[in-house]
Design a protein around this ligand. Structure first.
Ligand code: C2E
Ligand code: SIN
Ligand code: SIN
Ligand code: FE
Length: 386
């Protein structure tokens, strides 16, 4: 390839890169895509992104150890990456082991042999350093001046995508916290173990959504939106909600309003997540055959999110003890769900439910007696803790 051809080729890759990274809002996936793209565009063996954690003044990065990914942290200022973060200027190093700024920790951990490193600072639009970007081990040579220009260009595209993803995740993280708090408020009155019930609803719903073949993003949305399905119970008086026996017809009419109250509480929101939660709260007691409440919606008129949560909710309600009923054996509850296929429930949803029943059983078993907050949410929070 001539130099002109090579540059043209890189330009094409760069345009593609810009398109790919601007669409990804999940930080972990984004960092992975960036690292892969750098390898292709610069013709090197590894791409690493170090993100600055301003709270601890460390740089963190994900490194691959076999199939596992581990997060490593280095103090600001340490190593090549730290040097670049501290000075804000680019470093092009032919042999890292000849450079006493090089930090050997990562190589020791991974068994990798770093030779050449090209490291550029990642700066956001206001010029603040948010991390460092390294291309490592140029194939057959070391990095040249063209590579420096390209990596800086990639770095500026990457920096804005990373900042977007961080913003998006801190937003959804505070959303998740709010949602969880709301959900607990709604349920703590009538259930002995609210946290377990909410965790079950959350996990079963996400699993069923996956089993139905919904996109991962939708399954995740449902994971966080589903715990709010009964938020409208805050509007139901104790005399009804906590009644130890069977409700009278009149009382049940009052009880049914929890769907409408819930939809009201969650209405008029800008948040996509809460819009889903609103649909679920409104329609989780509709029946597939059109005889449910509150609107007697039928079949596909019922939002798919609600059709999913309906199965998760009834299954978990049956398996749990309530003031008005003892708990059922999970196998009996499963049979009930399958019998109601096409009546109360969407047959596609009950099929997906049955397909993942093994996993549901496992979650059901660990649920009993363990009272933590929703692990899906805890896990996400930990992952986003940067
Ligand atoms: P929940 O206790 O969370 O129950 C959710 C749904 O699970 C129920 O919706 C129902 O579809 C199903 N389910 C729960 N237990 C049983 C059961 O023993 N047999 C059968 N076949 N299905 C069951 P549903 O019926 O629309 O009730 C909505 C909410 O109304 C319930 O939420 C609960 O809070 C309240 N509720 C319903 N019936 C009674 C009752 O007899 N006494 C009291 N105190 N509350 C009731
Ligand atoms: C360093 O920044 O000094 C080392 C980074 C690496 O091993 O990739
Ligand atoms: C549903 O909540 O949609 C079904 C209620 C039932 O089991 O009758
Ligand atoms: Fe409900």
């Amino acid at each position: 390839m001539t130099r002109a051809e090579e540059l043209e080729n890189r330009l094409r890759l760069l345009v593609n890169f810009g398109g790919v990274v601007s669409k990804e809002t999940n930080l972990t996936r984004l960092l992975h895509i960036i690292a892969e793209q750098v390898k292709t565009i610069l013709g090197c063996d590894r791409g690493s992104v170090f993100i600055l954690d301003r709270q601890t003044n460390e740089l963190w990065s994900k490194v691959a150890l076999g199939l596992q990914h581990t997060e490593i942290r280095v103090p600001f200022g340490k190593g090549i990456a730290g040097h670049v973060a501290a000075t804000g200027s680019i470093l092009n190093i032919k042999d890292a082991y000849e450079d006493n700024r090089f930090n050997h920790d990562i190589d020791r951990l991974t068994g990798y042999r770093t030779r050449s490193i090209l490291a550029v600072p990642l700066k956001n639009v206001s010029g603040h350093i948010i991390g460092v970007f390294e291309a490592v081990n140029k194939l057959n040579s070391s990095f040249n001046a063209d590579d420096e220009g390209i990596l800086q260009l990639i770095g500026s595209l990457a920096a804005s995508a990373i900042e977007n993803a961080q913003l998006y995740e801190s937003l959804s993280r505070s959303q998740l916290e709010t949602i969880y708090r709301l959900a607990v408020t709604a349920e703590y009155r009538d259930q002995q173990d609210t946290a377990v019930h909410l965790r079950h609803i959350s996990e079963y719903s996400a699993l069923i959504a996956q089993g139905l073949g919904l996109p991962e993003r939708e399954a995740e949305n449902l994971r966080y939106a589903s715990p709010l399905h009964d938020i409208g119970k805050v509007g139901i008086p104790d005399s009804i909600l906590l009644k130890p026996g069977k409700l009278t017809a009149e009382e049940f009419e009052e009880m049914k309003k929890h769907t409408i109250y819930g939809a009201k509480i969650l209405s008029n929101t800008e948040s996509h997540l809460l819009q889903i939660a609103c649909k679920v709260a409104a329609s989780h007691h509709e029946r597939f055959d059109g005889t449910g409440y509150p609107a007697r919606l039928k079949g596909e008129q019922i939002p798919v999110y609600a059709r999913i949560v309906s199965v998760a909710d009834v299954f978990d309600a049956l398996c749990a003890q309530r003031v008005y009923k003892p708990k059922w054996d999970p196998q009996k509850a499963r049979e009930y769900i399958l019998e109601e296929s096409g009546k109360a429930f969407d047959p596609d949803v009950t099929k997906a439910f049955d397909g993942i029943f093994g996993e549901i059983l496992k979650l059901h078993a660990i649920g009993d007696g363990k009272s933590t907050i929703i692990p899906g949410i805890t896990k996400e929070l930990h992952r986003y803790e940067i």
